[in-house]
Design a protein around this ligand. Structure first.
Ligand SMILES: [Zn+2]
Length: 319
């Protein structure tokens, strides 16, 4: 018994020692001249908020910088609150890139202090503004506009060139290649949407993330929840969406990878009560990507792949 107590004491002291060591180690980054400015390999660190920007940075300068991401793929950026480890990543970054337009709704203050918004140079007339509950809100989901995504890539490239000017030539070449791929994607999407009969071009999703998509490709979009997932969903809005589905004989509604699929089930039940059967397109591999790419290694883990996967899903279920 006594032996056990001694062992417990030793273990406790050991744990305490480790904690103190860890605390000191964490504090080291604060000391001036610490090695927090560059990564292990000597590369500069770019901290980005989302999987979109991690992918964009990788396309433009993946060989020349180290990339840190804050919001894990699959999580909802509208609601994401920065953790202490994220604040550390922001503090240690040589460059911080974020979306802006209030997309990272709970991190605005800290990002505005240190970061560069890739949306900063968008022509104001190209940014969608919607009315929600009597107030005007900016729609942050610009990535579904390929012209705006190209502008965002140009802004990111500019910042990356300032960070590693010795690689300007390569980054400019990567940018040119990427812009061409985005143009090709735009043509491809247009061709695919044309396969949906015009009367079926209605996209119903949980939250209002597809207005830029709608503007680009002429599809009507309807969602029971507003542009941020931060708002309550009123029963009246679900009812209104159900009426739209029934009156337009919408064949299928789509779940998103970052929002709760339950809402679409409720919508389906209301439609059924009105005598109309609507399919819910959901489940792994069958969800629309709205506010995040897929986790690395899965289908939809790059912007180009994500957009293709979305459009294929939409066309296959609505044509
Ligand atoms: Zn959203």
């Amino acid at each position: 018994m006594k032996l056990l107590n001694t062992r417990k004491k030793i273990l406790f002291l050991l744990a305490l020692c480790l904690t103190v060591t860890a605390l000191f180690a964490a504090g080291c980054g604060d000391t001036p001249g610490g090695e927090n400015k560059t990564g292990k390999s000597g590369q500069k660190t770019v901290t980005v908020t989302t999987s979109f920007l991690a992918d964009m940075t990788k396309e433009l300068a993946g060989d020349y910088v180290r990339i840190e991401m804050i919001i894990p793929a699959g999580e909802d950026p509208h609601l994401y609150v920065a953790q202490p480890k994220d604040l550390q990543k922001l503090k240690e970054a040589d460059l911080v890139l974020y979306h802006g337009l209030h997309f990272e709704g709970k991190m605005v203050e800290v990002l505005e202090k240190k970061g560069t918004a890739v949306s900063a140079d968008f022509p104001p007339g190209d940014i969608l503004r919607l009315e929600e509950d009597g107030a005007e809100v900016v729609d942050p989901h610009f990535w579904f506009s390929i012209p705006l995504y190209k502008k965002a890539s140009e802004k990111a490239a500019e910042s990356l060139i300032r960070l590693v000017p010795e690689h300007e030539k390569e980054i400019r070449a990567n940018l040119a290649k990427y812009l061409k791929q985005l143009d090709d994607l735009d043509d491809e999407i247009r061709g695919k949407i044309a396969q949906i009969p015009p009367e079926n071009r209605n996209l119903v999703t949980p939250h209002d993330a597809f207005n830029y998509f709608s503007r680009s490709y002429g599809m009507k979009v309807v969602a029971p929840q507003g542009v941020s997932t931060n708002s309550e969903v009123a029963n009246a809005d679900i009812e209104k969406t159900a009426d739209f589905i029934v009156s337009h004989k919408v064949k299928a509604v789509f779940a998103e990878s970052t929002t709760n699929p339950e809402r679409m089930k409720k919508l389906q039940e209301i439609c059924k009560a009105k005598g109309f059967d609507v399919e819910i397109v959901s489940g792994e591999g069958n969800e629309l990507f709205s506010d995040s790419l897929a986790p690395a290694g899965q289908k939809g883990d790059t912007y180009l792949d994500m957009y293709r996967s979305n459009v294929d899903l939409i066309v296959n279920h609505l044509k």
